[in-house]
Design a protein around this ligand. Structure first.
Ligand code: AMP
Ligand code: ZN
Length: 463
C-alpha cells in the first residue's frame, strides 16, 4: 500500500487524505501564465511548487500514471495591447503571435533554468503524453461547445452579442471562496454592464473589435468574437482531463473569481457535483517585505533573479517557505540558500541520477508538501553523515548540484574595492584609469552601472 498523501483542500478548508478518482491516471491542472510580458518571480512560485507536487505524485503512483496540465493563456486584452504597441506596422493577429511566441519561449527558458520538469523531460515517444501545455487559442472549439451546452441548459444567455453565465441559475455558486453574496456583488459592480441580468453574471464570450482576434461565435450570434478568461480553463481541463479530475491548482488570487467561475461553468455544463476534488492554492510572494509592483519599483522578473543567482538557488529558496504561507523574497534569504546548496553540491559531484526520496524526506512531503520540514530532514541527514540519503533525495527533487556559477564565482569585497578605486580615479578625472578598472571588472563578468546620484552599482553579466 502506498503511504498517504495529505493535502489542504481550499474547497473543504481541511487537510485531507488524497484519494485519486483513478490511481492508474492521477490528473492535475494548474493555471499557467498569460503570455504578454516577462514572468515575475511571484509567477515562479506556483511553477516550482506544483512541479514538486507532480514529482511527488509520480513517485507515489508511477511516472506513467500521472497527467499534469499547465495551460498557456494566449488570448487576453493585455496581449492585444502589447502587440499593438510593439508592432504597430503589423496586422494585429501577426503582432499577437509574435508577442505570445516570444513570451512563451522566454517563460520556458526561465522556468527550465529553475530546474522544473518540462514536457520534453516527461513525455516519451509512443506513450500517452503525461505533461500537457495547452494553448487557449488551440481550444476555441471546445470553449464554443461548452458555451453552447450552457446556453442550451439555461445556465447562460446571449445579450448584445455577448454570452453571460447566469450566476443565479447555480444555487451553490460561491462554495469555493465562501464569500458573502453581498461582498461578491459589490466587487462585481465595478464591472457594470447594461446587458447583465445580475451583477455577478460573468462573460463567457464577447464580440471582437475590428482587427482583434476573432472566431465564429457560439449561440446564434452572427458577429465573430472571442472567449472570456474563465472558460479557457474549463475547456482545456475538460479536453485533457475530463469533466471531473483530482487536483486543480493556482495562486491564492485565483480563488475568486477565476476558480469560482471555472467551477460554475464546468459543473453546470456536465451536471457534476465537483469539477476537481482537491483545490490547492499557493500563497503570495512579496519582495523585501513589500508587495511587488511596478509602481514601487521592486518588480522583479525571473530573468532579473537569474542574472544574480543560479536557478537551483532560486528553487531551493522558494521551497524554504511552506507553499500556503506568504513568502518574503530577500537577498539575505537567497544568500543563505546559496550557502546551503554550495555545501550540498560538494557531495553531489560524481553521483549519478536519478535518486529516490529518503523516508523522512518523503514523510515531510506527504504532509501537505511540508518543504521546510523536508529541508530540515535534509540538514539532519547531512549532520548524521547520511550523505547517500541526502544526495539521493536531492536528485529525486530535481537538484543537480549546480550552485556555483555567475555570482558565486565573483568575490563581492574585491568588486567593491575595485569600484572604490575607480570612483577615486574618476574624482581626480583620471578617465584612463577609470576605464581600465571598468574593463578589468568586465572581463570578470561584472557589469558596472554609474547612477545619477554618483554611486556605482554592479551586477554579474548573464552568462
Ligand atoms: P498570471 O499570469 O498573473 O495569471 O499568474 C500566473 C500564476 O502566478 C497564477 O497562478 C498566479 O496566482 C500566480 N501569481 C501571480 N503573482 C504572484 C505572486 N506575487 N506570488 C505568488 N504567485 C503569484
Ligand atoms: Zn485557470
Amino acid at each position: 500500500m502506498s503511504p498517504t498523501l495529505r493535502l489542504t483542500n481550499t474547497l473543504t478548508r481541511r487537510k485531507e487524505a488524497f484519494e485519486p478518482v483513478d490511481p492508474a491516471n492521477v490528473r492535475m491542472y494548474a493555471c499557467g501564465p498569460t503570455v504578454y510580458d516577462l514572468a515575475h518571480i511571484g509567477n515562479a512560485r506556483p511553477v516550482i511548487v506544483f512541479d514538486l507536487l507532480f514529482r511527488l505524485l509520480r513517485h507515489l503512483y508511477g511516472a506513467d500514471h500521472v497527467t499534469y496540465v499547465r495551460n498557456i493563456t494566449d488570448v487576453d486584452d493585455k496581449i492585444n495591447a502589447r502587440a499593438a504597441r510593439d508592432y504597430p506596422d503589423l496586422p494585429l493577429n501577426d503582432a499577437i503571435r509574435r508577442v505570445t511566441d516570444a513570451t512563451e519561449r522566454q517563460f520556458h527558458d526561465d522556468i527550465r533554468a529553475l530546474g522544473v520538469l518540462m514536457p520534453e523531460d516527461v513525455n516519451l515517444p509512443g506513450h500517452t503524453p503525461r505533461f500537457i501545455e495547452p494553448r487557449a487559442t488551440e481550444h476555441i472549439d471546445e470553449m464554443r461547445r461548452l458555451i453552447d451546452r450552457l446556453i442550451g441548459s439555461g445556465h447562460a444567455y446571449v445579450a448584445e452579442s455577448h454570452v453571460l453565465f447566469d450566476v443565479p441559475s447555480m444555487p451553490d455558486y460561491g462554495s469555493l471562496s465562501r464569500r458573502p453574496l453581498g461582498e461578491m456583488e459589490a466587487g462585481a459592480r465595478v464591472d457594470v454592464a447594461p446587458y447583465k441580468r445580475s451583477p455577478l453574471d460573468f462573460v463567457l464570450w464577447k464580440p471582437s473589435k475590428p482587427g482583434e482576434p476573432s472566431w465564429p461565435s457560439p449561440g446564434d450570434i452572427e458577429a465573430p468574437g472571442r472567449p472570456g478568461w474563465h472558460i479557457e480553463c474549463s475547456a482545456m481541463s475538460w479536453k485533457h482531463l475530463g469533466p471531473t479530475f483530482d487536483i486543480h491548482a493556482g495562486g491564492l488570487d485565483l480563488i475568486f473569481p477565476h476558480h469560482e467561475n471555472e467551477i460554475a461553468q464546468s459543473r453546470c455544463c456536465f451536471g457534476t457535483p465537483v469539477m476537481a476534488n482537491y483545490w490547492l492554492h499557493n500563497g503570495f510572494l512579496q519582495v523585501e517585505g513589500e508587495k511587488m509592483s511596478k509602481s514601487l519599483g521592486n518588480f522583479t522578473t525571473i530573468q532579473d533573479v537569474l542574472k544574480d543567482w543560479p536557478g537551483e538557488v532560486v528553487r531551493l529558496n522558494m521551497l524554504k517557505t511552506h507553499y500556503r504561507q506568504p513568502i518574503d523574497w530577500t537577498v539575505r534569504g537567497l544568500e543563505e540558500s546559496e550557502r546551503t546548496l554550495r555545501g550540498w553540491s560538494r557531495y553531489m559531484e560524481g553521483h549519478g541520477e536519478p535518486g529516490t526520496l529518503a523516508i523522512a524526506v518523503l514523510a515531510a512531503l506527504l504532509d501537505d508538501l511540508n518543504t521546510p520540514k523536508m529541508l530540515s530532514e535534509l540538514h539532519t541527514a547531512e549532520r548524521q553523515g547520511d550523505i547517500a540519503a541526502l544526495v539521493s533525495s536531492l536528485r529525486a527533487l530535481g537538484f543537480r548540484g549546480a550552485s556555483r556559477q555567475a555570482s558565486s564565482s565573483v568575490d563581492d569585497a574585491a568588486v567593491r574595492a575595485s569600484i572604490d578605486l575607480r570612483l577615486a580615479a574618476r574624482a581626480s578625472k583620471n578617465w584612463a584609469e577609470s576605464d581600465r578598472i571598468r574593463d578589468e571588472l568586465k572581463a570578470m563578468g561584472v557589469q558596472l552601472k554609474d547612477n545619477k546620484d554618483g554611486t556605482t552599482t554592479w551586477e554579474v553579466a548573464r552568462l
